[in-house]
Design a protein around this ligand. Structure first.
Ligand SMILES: [Mn+2]
Length: 334
């Protein structure tokens, strides 16, 4: 277990604080993924079991994926802008930075009397009153699973199912380098408690939209291999998205397709949103792509990171081409 210097508390202390609180809001990050929503819903289920008023907030009112919508309690998610009354305690999960929760949720947070962060992304500074950040945890959902034990609740089907969804997605279906024994031990406990691996895998990974398949074809068409095939770079244009009627979530798996190519160590995927370009990096070896993403003002994990560039796609591609090859050859020298 590695806790960052920004951590000023323990999961036990967070549990004590929550046990003394009522009226708790639980928020995640914009463009929520399985770990974000899974962590939020697992914590809500635990708090509701304790008879607490717990509200799960969506950073924006954009629709969420079918897999996420299938989780127990997903019908309780409220867009932050629709929240009628403020909450006393604001918990943010899987979101290290206030900028990651969006403007509406940031207002809810500012009005709360206590703020708590539970996360596994390392950040330069502590932003909440109580902050627990463990970058060695494969998923925030793993921390919520432990927190639920400290809360003394029965870790039931709902908590186990939501936590398992977070673990399954943030480990890339138990395949990424963060998949360690602690992950399998926790997954085992969750399955014992009722989480159904096959049903969750089907809900999350067997529901690709036609647009996402068509985008994959465009992605492969646009792909270039760099630095002797050690890096793959591709992009999706604004026009690609519009002509296929695709949405952001249709693009999520594209960077993993690039990474899966034999010999590729780092994959980079850009998506032109018209006014800005969103980028994703993935590493297959020990190359630290979070450092790469930080050069563009982004961040993330060693093996998976993202960034935003406010310039035309052509220029963004040129910049990314440059840093990717430099990073791959730096790594080769080590
Ligand atoms: Mn996460």
């Amino acid at each position: 277990m590695a806790v960052t210097p920004q951590t000023n508390t323990t999961l036990e202390e967070i549990a004590e604080t929550l046990l003394k609180s009522d009226d708790i809001c639980i928020c995640g990050h914009v463009s929520p993924d399985g770990d974000c929503i899974g962590s939020q819903l697992a914590l809500r289920a635990a708090l509701v079991q304790l008879g607490k008023r717990a509200t799960v907030l969506l950073a924006s009112d954009d629709p969420i994926d079918a897999g996420l919508r299938s989780l127990p309690g997903a019908d309780q998610l409220v867009p932050a802008k629709d929240l009628a009354a403020p909450c006393a305690v604001f918990v943010q999960v899987d979101a290290p930075d206030v900028r990651r929760i969006g403007e509406d949720a940031a207002k809810v947070r500012a009005a709360a009397s206590k703020t708590i962060t539970i996360d596994h992304h390392a950040v330069p500074e502590r932003q909440s009153d109580l902050s627990y950040t463990d970058p060695d945890a494969a998923a925030t959902a793993l921390l919520i699973w432990r927190l639920a034990a400290h809360l003394g609740v029965d870790r039931d089907y709902a908590i186990a199912t939501c936590a398992y969804a977070g673990l399954m997605t943030d480990t890339g279906r138990f395949q990424h380098s963060n998949t360690d024994a602690a992950v399998f031990r926790a997954a085992c406990e969750m399955v014992d408690a009722g989480a159904d691996p096959a049903a969750l895998a089907a809900a999350f990974f067997q529901q690709r939209t036609l647009a996402s398949i068509q985008l994959e074809a465009r992605c492969i068409e646009h792909m270039e291999l760099l630095c002797d095939g050690q890096a793959a770079l591709s992009y999706i244009t604004f026009e690609d998205m519009a002509s296929l009627g695709a949405v952001k979530s249709d693009c999520e798996q594209l960077v993993d397709v690039l990474r899966s190519i034999k010999g590729v160590r780092v994959a980079a995927m850009l998506r032109d949103e018209g006014t800005q370009v969103r980028g994703s990096f993935r590493a297959k070896d020990t190359t630290d792509v979070a450092t790469l993403a930080r050069r563009f003002g982004g961040g993330g994990h060693r093996a998976a990171a993202g960034f935003t560039l406010h310039e035309p796609l052509e220029r963004a591609l040129r910049q990314v081409r440059k840093v990717v090859c430099a990073a791959v050859s730096d790594e080769a020298l080590r």
